[in-house]
Design a protein. Structure first.
Length: 90
């Protein structure tokens, strides 16, 4: 038995995906079926999800937390000379 799935996606994404699938010798339906089989096989999304900045959500969360900590507790200097004197302990 087969089922039908309807997915709403913007035209640009659809056309680019269709072109990619066709370059691989697949039609849209076969490409989507292939993806769904991989989801079932792996028990998860078959690729690493990344934010628009190229990081995983966990990496981005950690960087934001570290940045907030540095801004709140980090030292501030008037210029690089002052920073270098502090680093060198002079």
């Amino acid at each position: 038995m087969t089922s039908t799935i309807q997915v709403r996606v913007d035209s640009k994404t659809k056309n680019r995906a269709d072109k990619t699938f066709r370059n691989m010798g697949l039609d849209m339906s076969s490409g989507v079926k292939l993806y769904l089989h991989q989801v079932v096989r792996s028990g998860s999304i078959p690729f690493t999800i990344r934010t628009e900045n190229g990081f995983t959500p966990e990496q981005e969360r950690l960087m934001i937390a570290e940045t907030k900590h540095a801004l709140k507790y980090g030292k501030q200097y008037k210029n690089t000379g002052e920073m270098m004197l502090d680093i060198l302990g002079k």
